[in-house]
Ligand binder design. Structure first.
Ligand code: F6R
Length: 594
């Protein structure tokens, strides 16, 4: 989704803005641009990558400026629709993230009043409204403009001859980075890592007036103190570190991610969250909501919590829940969102809160919107995830769900001890999967020539099949579908044949035997089968066409090693097909619009 940056200080703004924008590329975008304030406002924008814009630009003056990466919502990707957008005289420039619901009405009014709006964007009304209200007081004009707008408007405004930037946050994140006689603004932490680790997270409704030396935050016109935070992520965390792609680096970071996430939970004085009912007994019903990959983590969470804690768990897609899901104050809910900014997840949190529900968020981003509006936050410690395809944050979510359930486990003490020992072994087991990378890459080469692939699993590995299919389709553009193994014969069998391979996730539990039966049925329809099995499982010998052998592990934790193997599989298929692994077409890292 759109990325926003701003700089004001003693240095030339151009290289800083372009560098910050390059750090936001991972969010997904189709065009980019900057505006600088020197003698007047100078705007440069195009439907190009940030690197190309950087190469195309001459050295520009100006020690204050704003920048934007756009992910089109109103109006196609074009030079005209790219941000910054300006007023009639080109003295006010605005970058914006969000959707202005009443923009057509505002546009018609402004046009009637003589303003000439030239783009198809909703954003363009903002600089024109500021122009309309400007009467010598920039801040007041921005305030009046914002009061006309309905919808979401996280934005920064820059005006010629004004030694300040004015930023506002509504519905998507905005962070002020504090420097020494310079200040920064960005929609996301990675943009600022090269410059500062001191940040202020703005809240919804905040307006910040930022000069080189001061940051003044206001709510409804009144000054308000927002605490300064220290960012714990390092510059290296957001760099490729010698890997060809961020995705590969992030896959390889997973042993450390599991270790860091576990270390934090183990050292905590109390359980991550309270899974008992209001009277201290076990809970009646738990609701888990999420989107995309996080939803798959939620589905695995259902098997973990129901298996260990013995409470019923209902998992729903956040967006569907927002339109139909039933909720009562008796529900406890977990909302899983790595970014903490996904609009559908945030809407579902608000719906849960309105119903009087207690809500726990599992998120990777400190200070994210989700973390501010729930009752309790469980942080995953995955570090910044730059690749659009979620990998390490997904595995960290699983660790959070295991750790959430283990303290309330109803299993006997011997089994519990075994599980705790086993979860601590996960970094080693995941490393063993990574050490088997070359064999997985070989299997990927066999898969890369197909255009349709099924993934199947059963029990706790059914959602692993869903996630394997999602990973493959989003980065390799191969049509892939995840199915519960037993469902395949209820329709999809019609598609089987030698051009439709099936990837089967086989666990060493009571699902193994029916999986073998399903695979035999699939083989009878001539589909090539690639099976993932534990090293002691011999059931695939003479049955599957190829096998990825994985370390032996308790079935409860098998989704972790299986998912890491499927991440590598998707990665190498995408690489083999020459796809832009880290930035798949049409996708954005954090989906902040509906
Ligand atoms: C896929 C992927 C997406 C996200 C989804 C939810 O690789 O990353 O499916 O999982 O957009 O995002 P969060 O977890 O930030 O709410």
């Amino acid at each position: 989704m759109c990325g926003i940056v701003g700089y004001i200080g003693e240095k030339k703004a151009q290289p800083i803005l372009l560098n910050c924008l390059s750090k936001l590329e991972y969010r997904g975008y189709d065009s980019c641009g900057i505006a600088l304030s020197a003698s007047g406002i100078e705007v440069h924008k195009d439907i190009v990558r940030v690197k190309a814009l950087t190469r195309a630009l001459p050295t520009l003056d100006g020690m204050a400026g704003i920048g934007h990466t756009r992910w089109a919502t109103h109006g196609e990707p074009s030079k005209l629709n790219a941000h910054p957008q300006c007023d009639c005289k080109g003295r006010i420039a605005v970058v914006h993230n969000g959707v202005i619901n009443n923009f057509q009405k505002l546009r018609d009014q402004l046009t009637e009043e003589g303003h000439n709006l030239t783009s198809q964007t909703d954003t363009e009304v903002i600089p024109h409204l500021i122009e309309k209200y400007y009467n010598g007081d920039f801040e007041k004009a921005v305030g009046l403009a914002l009061s006309d707008i309905e919808g979401s408007y996280t934005m920064i405004a820059l005006m010629a001859d004004e030694p300040r930037l004015i930023a506002a946050r509504k519905d998507s994140p905005l962070i002020i980075g504090i420097g020494d006689r310079e200040n920064y603004i960005a929609s996301d932490v990675p943009a600022l890592l090269d410059y500062t680790s001191r940040v202020i997270y703005l809240e919804d409704g905040d307006v910040a007036v930022v000069t080189a030396d001061t940051v003044e935050v206001k709510q409804n016109g009144a000054g308000i103190i927002r605490e300064e935070h220290k960012i714990l992520w390092s510059v290296e965390d957001a760099q490729k570190g010698g890997y060809e792609h961020f995705m590969l680096k992030e896959i390889h970071e997973q042993p450390k991610v599991i270790r860091d996430t576990l270390a934090e939970y183990i050292s905590a004085a109390e359980p991550a969250a309270d899974l008992t009912g209001d009277d201290g007994s076990s809970m009646d019903d738990m609701l888990v909501l999420a989107c995309g990959t996080s939803y798959h983590a939620g589905l695995i969470g259902k098997y973990i919590i129901e298996g260990l804690v013995n409470v019923p768990v209902r998992v729903e897609l956040a967006d569907e829940f927002n339109y139909s899901g039933h909720v009562s104050a008796r529900n406890k809910a977990i909302v899983i969102t790595q970014s903490g900014e996904t609009i559908d997840a945030l809407k579902s949190i608000r719906k849960l809160k309105e119903a009087g529900c207690q809500v726990i968020a599992i998120t990777n981003v400190v200070g994210s919107t989700a973390s501010r509006i729930v009752d309790r936050t469980i942080y995953t410690r995955a570090g910044p995830e730059i690749s659009v395809a979620a990998t390490k944050t997904f595995i960290a979510q699983l660790i959070a769900l295991y750790w959430l359930a283990l303290p309330y486990s109803r299993v006997d003490i011997g089994r519990l001890d075994d599980l705790v020992l086993e979860i601590r072994q996960l970094p080693v087991k995941v490393q063993q999967v990574l050490d088997n990378e070359a064999a997985i890459a070989d299997c990927a080469r066999q898969l890369a020539g197909f255009e349709n692939v099924f993934f199947i699993g059963k029990g706790i590995n059914y959602p692993v099949a869903l996630e394997g299919a999602l990973k493959l389709k989003e980065i390799s553009y191969i049509h892939a579908e995840g199915y519960a193994a037993g469902e395949l014969k209820h329709g999809p069998f019609a598609l089987l044949g030698d051009k439709t391979p099936v990837v089967a996730v086989v666990a060493q539990d009571n699902t193994c035997e029916p999986m073998v039966t399903s695979i035999k049925e699939i083989k009878a329809r001539k589909s090539p089968v690639l099976a993932l099995v534990g090293e002691e499982n011999e059931t695939m010998e003479g049955l599957a066409d190829s096998v990825i052998t994985l370390p032996q592990i308790d079935p409860l934790f098998s989704p972790v090693v299986n998912s890491v193997a499927l991440q590598l599989l998707a990665y190498y298929v995408a690489r083999e097909r020459g796809c832009p692994v880290d930035f798949p077409r049409n996708l954005a890292k954090s989906v902040t619009v509906e």
